[in-house]
Ligand binder design. Structure first.
Ligand code: MF3
Ligand code: CO
Length: 260
């Protein structure tokens, strides 16, 4: 999510109850299933509009609702962000995937009022070695972050680890857009940065649920928002960007991935 000034809204609960956690877990299972469904079918020749229909239909069949649809006016059920699109790409029938593309498919589900959020990258056919390496590094960055998720540590330690890993691979990290608490609403406290200082931010406590979703750029970290649709974020330099996202819960001794 894009960082906003007004962050705390009433009703935000940082620590989820056992029953709430179970609800988010169920939502996350559907979210993961939908990405599995996309993964089995996505290929060259498919349009992003078609991906939106898959997500819309499968979500409905699961008795759930796609969280992006009508969220602050977002027009579709899923975000599809290709090549130099960083995030919040709007699916369309005119956008046809072709060999060599990399694309992020970002799925978010509401089930019985509980929200989950995860995304994956897909390589379409044969992809250049440098794009493949970027996609792999973005995936590993999430893994590095997960290993830092432990109770009683500041969340900035996680963000810092993600940042250092991406930099060590020669990539930059988008600063303006980050992760977020999730579960009872789409976007809750805390704001989760991946350009964070060690020791900064909220203390992670058991029952907290948030996303790890760093946006990793092959070139510079600068981004801009498409002024025609008001949503899609692109890299300023036109170089590719990659992002994987999980919904994670802090447990008594570490973490549990609720959606991937
Ligand atoms: N799924 C995105 C996230 O990770 C949110 C997209 S908002 C939308 O936070 F409206 F574009 F769907
Ligand atoms: Co998210």
């Amino acid at each position: 999510m894009i960082r906003r000034r007004k962050i705390l809204k009433t009703g935000n609960v940082l620590v989820k109850s056992t029953a709430q956690m179970e609800g988010i877990r169920e939502s996350g299972k559907i979210n993961t299933y939908i990405l599995d469904y996309v993964q089995e079918r996505i290929c060259a020749g498919v349009s992003t509009g078609e991906i939106d229909r898959w997500v819309s239909e499968q979500t409905a069949l699961a008795g759930a609702v796609p969280a992006p649809l009508n969220y602050e006016g977002f027009p579709k059920s899923v975000c599809t962000s290709r090549n130099h699109a960083v995030c919040h790409g709007i699916p369309s029938d005119g956008e046809i995937l072709k060999e060599g593309d990399i694309i992020n498919v970002d799925v978010s589900t509401i089930y019985k009022g509980f929200f989950s959020d995860s995304s994956r990258m897909f390589c379409i056919g044969e992809v250049s070695a440098d794009k493949k390496r970027l996609v792999q590094a973005a995936r590993e960055a999430v893994q590095v972050g997960l290993l830092e998720v432990k109770p009683w540590k500041p969340i900035g330690d996680m963000g810092h680890a993600v940042y250092m890993y991406a930099r060590s691979r020669g990539y930059s990290v988008v600063e303006e857009i980050g992760g977020h608490g999730v579960g009872l609403q789409f976007h809750e406290e805390p704001w989760v940065s991946y350009v964070a200082q060690k020791g900064s931010g909220e203390i992670m406590v058991p029952g907290m649920v948030f996303t790890i979703e760093p946006m990793i750029n092959m070139g510079g970290p600068e981004v801009y928002v498409d002024d025609k649709n008001g949503w899609t974020v692109y890299t300023e330099d036109g170089m590719p960007s990659a992002q994987w996202e999980v919904t994670v819960a802090v447990t008594q001794n570490g973490y549990e991935v609720l959606a991937r």
